[in-house]
Design a binder for this molecule. Structure first.
Ligand SMILES: [Zn+2]
Length: 60
């Protein structure tokens, strides 16, 4: 199954995680969900949105 960069439209090599042209992270449409349907993470991110995952803990 061919994938194309969502940013620039470049044909992406199989298993590519980043676009070789523009470096955009490749959207993975095959997100695994745990068998019971719980505990799976689904990110519904609008196009153009940058998701930042931080390890910083909130101050208490
Ligand atoms: Zn690209």
């Amino acid at each position: 199954m061919a994938k194309y960069c969502t940013n620039c439209g470049t044909l992406l090599p199989a298993n590519s995680k980043f676009c070789p042209e523009c470096g955009t992270k490749v959207q993975n449409n095959e997100i695994r969900i745990s068998e019971d349907g719980k505990g799976g993470l689904i990110f519904d991110v609008p196009e153009g949105t940058t998701v930042t995952i931080s390890d910083e803990k909130p101050e208490e």
